[in-house]
Design a protein. Structure first.
Length: 577
């Protein structure tokens, strides 16, 4: 992934537009009038598909629940959950549940890459559609390109498959111009991420579909967190998907994309290939995952309560390192996947947020505030993009003044995949530290257990990036979802997530911040001369007493990048980050 790619990051591209394309903005009304979107977003074929897979709750359709070792308690208000921590488990769970589905699969994502992982998932979905499973794929249209357009168009040619693109481009051939022609609508994106199988099991969280999210043998990987869900909460996820799917902002791909004419040079009179032939011919990057290895190396996030051994639905877990963790695919195959059954609330923004027609009280950030209340003792945040704004800084500082232990883990500048976000975070950093907020930044050289090996644009070596979105409040509850702690998630993009009322999960997230975290992260503080310092373990000895301290400038921050941050920090764009 190109860290500075404006195609992928509306955060970066909009300020550039304002700076360099101001003359074009004057012509917006004329240009927009010349490029209208289709009047009818939904075709009869996909509408018919929508009406088919709606009632899968009968007892004889509960086959996916046989993959769970501890059945649902006799309490209709509880839901089951299982954290998905590693990239290989993220791929394995999606792959296996796709193959196990019998009726329907509803899919909603911000990014679906046309790479090995993305093509593998499409091929598996196509295969299950061949045996009658109804597949509905809803994607945000920011990151699609010409080749992916054609692949998805051929994919949707299957009678059991429908593909819709939400908030689509006006001009598909030149993506950047849409930030001008489609403003301000095109700047608002659907960041939701979910897969729901037979309306019985769902996977939500921070991961998109692509190599960097689902493969551990690539130089392009994120550290992320998903959660597999069962029970009552799945109904809420399905209802949310339906609202987005039925939205007038969601267009059938056939209304936006037209098939390339594939010429047969040996026989000009030959018929054009069928959608199936075009789809199969486009799968040029299929990646076959390695066989499951039941003995995984330990990683910091394995301390989350996956409940691998001797776990009843309600017992409390202590901190431990799971070096003998059984991979999720083996647990699913053998029907021994353990879930913890707790009260779980699902939250999602209204799809009308994409057109700024929603009520602020309905937004996910408002619902979360009203639900979780004010932390009393501990507040732990893990957020890939952390831009607290002036109000957020004041609220965090007040929590510290009230005796709450506030701890944050986010990316360092060298590890982030969206550098411009760092300009908003770095301006708030000193104020938070002086108030007593504990700040940690992920190192670009994080150890192999995090398995994020992304080539850096700033030096010739691998680097790491945090992509998790989670927080814990006291020992009461934890949040996992797509929501970052930044203005874009709060007020511009649509998001989703779950609040899990489980003290074990909350305690496990708090427990991540011990001395061992300095293997992979910097701990920020002040030196004797009141200068900002980054503390970490000595990379050679890993001895706690040997602390490396970098003063003034951030670790691995070049003079050019320091200047770049300084310039963008002066722009009034914090509300966009």
């Amino acid at each position: 992934m190109n860290k500075l790619s404006p195609m992928m990051q509306p955060r970066l591209f909009l300020p550039i537009l304002f700076t360099f394309f101001l003359p074009i903005l004057v012509l917006l009304p004329v240009l927009s009038a010349c490029q209208p979107l289709p009047k009818q977003p939904h075709l009869s074929v996909s509408t018919a598909l929508t009406l088919t897979p709606t009632k899968n709750k009968q007892p004889n359709n509960q086959h996916l629940l046989t993959k769970i070792s501890n059945t649902k308690p006799n309490h209709s208000e509880l839901s089951g959950y299982y954290p998905i921590i590693t990239s290989r488990d993220a791929l394995a769970s999606r792959s296996l549940l796709t193959n196990y589905a019998k009726h329907s699969i509803d899919i909603q994502y911000y990014i679906w890459n046309n790479d090995e992982a993305g093509q593998l998932m499409l091929k598996q979905l196509y295969d299950v559609a061949n045996r009658g499973v109804k597949v509905r794929l809803l994607l945000d249209d920011l990151n699609t390109d010409g080749k992916l357009d054609q692949l998805l168009l051929a994919f949707s040619g299957h009678p059991n498959i429908a593909v819709r693109l939400i908030n689509p481009k006006i001009i598909r051939a030149v993506r950047p111009i849409n930030f001008v022609l489609g403003m301000p609508r095109y700047h608002r994106r659907m960041h939701n991420k979910s897969m729901t199988f037979d309306k019985q099991l769902s996977i939500i969280g921070g991961r998109n579909i692509g190599n960097e999210y689902l493969r551990s043998d690539t130089n392009n990987e994120f550290s992320d967190l998903d959660v597999l869900l069962a029970g009552k909460v799945v109904d809420s996820i399905s209802e949310s998907f339906e609202r987005y799917w039925q939205s007038e902002m969601a267009y059938d791909i056939e209304t936006l994309v037209y098939p390339y004419k594939m010429m047969n040079t040996t026989n000009p009179n030959a018929k054009n290939p069928s959608p199936k032939q075009r789809f199969l011919a486009s799968l040029d990057k299929i990646y076959q995952p390695k066989l499951a290895n039941p003995w995984l190396t330990s990683a910091k996030f394995y301390q989350l309560p996956n409940c691998q051994q001797n776990c009843s639905p309600n017992n409390e877990l202590t901190k431990h390192t799971v070096k003998t963790a059984v991979s999720i695919d083996k647990l699913l195959i053998t029907g021994k996947l353990p879930l913890r059954w707790k009260k779980i609330d699902f939250f999602a923004d209204n799809v009308t947020k994409l057109t700024k027609k929603d009520d602020e009280s309905s937004r996910l950030v408002t619902q979360l505030r009203n639900t979780i209340g004010t932390p009393k003792k501990k507040f732990t945040v893990i957020s890939s993009y952390f831009v607290p704004t002036n109000q957020g800084v004041a609220e965090l500082n007040q929590l510290v003044n009230d005796g709450v232990k506030v701890t944050v883990l986010t990316n360092s500048f060298d590890s982030t995949d969206v550098p411009i976000v760092h300009t908003g975070y770095s301006k708030a950093r000193l104020l938070m530290l002086r108030a007593g907020v504990r700040l940690y930044e992920l190192k670009s050289s994080a150890d192999a257990d995090l398995r994020i090996k992304k080539p850096s644009l700033r030096r010739n070596e691998i680097s790491t990036s945090l992509h998790t979105k989670a927080f814990a409040v006291d020992d009461r509850l934890a949040f996992i979802g797509s929501y970052n702690v930044d203005p874009r998630s709060a007020h511009i993009n649509t998001e989703l997530g779950v609040v899990i009322y489980d003290s074990a999960l909350a305690k496990a997230l708090h427990a991540i911040f011990d001395d061992e975290l300095l293997n992979v992260a910097y701990r920020l503080g002040f030196g004797a001369d009141d200068q900002l310092v980054w503390q970490t373990l000595d990379e050679d000895t890993l001895a706690l007493q040997k602390v490396v301290i970098t003063k003034n400038n951030e670790p691995r921050l070049s003079l050019a990048n320091n200047l770049w941050i300084s310039v963008f920090s002066l722009l009034p764009i914090q509300w966009l980050l």
